[in-house]
Design a protein around this ligand. Structure first.
Ligand SMILES: [Zn+2]
Length: 320
């Protein structure tokens, strides 16, 4: 009988619960529930329902697993079990851990979604066996998680690794200052996330900029994405060359600074803006190589995230 664990990936649109084999990292059974209502009470009921369905599919008793881990798309204070701020759920200071624990009759661990993804990659993915690793995620949003001495580094207030909100200055003076979803200006995420890149290219198209991107989306601006922009780069579109050089400079320099300060042995790259944009990934790595401290590069490498959407439930289930 394999040793099983329970993990939940709680996002802005749904909750996915899974039963995970502790020894192999395999997802034995999973169940996804879309949010009908984002109130904390309704979401707790959904998570409980999703866990019961996943456990039933795996033919196990929920109580037999001993603990539930939850990765939340938001800032968390793990020790208190509190979600400090989850914009996609509209939550502030929700005591999710204690609420779930009361309903389930089990101890509940919560952590940020990227922290649990990094933990999943450390246990069974691209960072397996390494003790000092950073996960950098560049997708819809931009974020990171730090594993130091084999443990998740959460910081004094539980919010370490907020990589998307470090401040940056684009190299081109013509680039306007952009406001981030967090309300501040000049955040890395405001210039480099998938959502913000698409918004920026759409604004430029509406302002009449000439670029191959317009042809690639056949004039339908809702189809603009980082992957389409990357395709235009490979066809040497001058507008995109300027944009991609700027984005790569910001991202490559930011990752280089991170590695210079923390000296990890690997950075695991995840998220569609890196994984589905080979030209941008190449440019980011070039800038990184130029900017990182020479000594921090000894024994260092990059890897691409392996576990995809399962990283969150696997990492959550195996939280210690
Ligand atoms: Zn921000």
């Amino acid at each position: 009988m394999p040793s099983l664990a329970l993990g939940v990936d709680l996002g802005g649109t749904n909750a996915r619960a899974a039963v995970v084999d502790r020894d192999s990292g395999e997802v034995v059974a999973a169940h996804k529930e879309p949010h009908q209502d984002r109130s904390a009470e309704a979401v707790v009921a959904e998570v409980v329902g999703a866990l019961r369905s996943a456990a039933a599919a795996a033919r196990i008793d929920l109580q037999a697993c001993g603990q539930v881990g939850v990765g939340v798309a938001g800032q968390c204070h793990s020790k208190a079990g509190t979600v400090l701020n989850a914009p996609n759920l509209g939550w502030r200071n929700v005591p999710l851990g204690p609420m779930l624990s009361k309903e389930l009759g089990l101890p509940v661990r919560i952590a940020n979604d990227l922290a649990v993804a990094a933990w999943g990659e450390k246990r069974f993915g691209a960072a397996k066996g390494l003790s000092d690793v950073i996960l950098v995620f560049i997708g819809t949003g931009v974020g990171s998680a730090i594993i130091s001495r084999g443990q998740l580094h959460e910081g004094a207030g539980g919010v370490a690794g907020e990589f998307g909100h470090i401040k940056v200055r684009p190299i081109r003076p013509t680039t306007a200052v952009r406001t981030c979803g967090c309300g501040m200006t000049s955040c890395l995420e405001a210039y480099t996330s998938g959502v913000n890149l698409a918004a920026r290219v759409r604004e430029d198209l509406q302002a009449g900029v000439r670029t191959l991107v317009r042809d690639l989306v056949q004039g339908d601006l809702s189809r603009v994405s980082a992957a389409v922009v990357d395709e235009a780069y490979s066809r040497k579109d001058p507008y995109v060359i300027g944009l991609w050089e700027e984005v790569a400079d910001l991202m490559g320099t930011a990752i280089a600074n991170y590695v210079t300060v923390l000296n990890p042995s690997r950075v695991v790259l995840g998220g569609g803006v890196i994984l589905w944009c080979p030209e941008l990934e190449r440019l980011v790595r070039q800038v990184f190589e130029q900017q990182a401290s020479r000594t921090a590069l000894i024994g260092f490498d990059f890897a691409r995230a392996h576990l995809g959407d399962d990283a969150g439930v696997i990492g959550a289930a195996l939280l210690e």
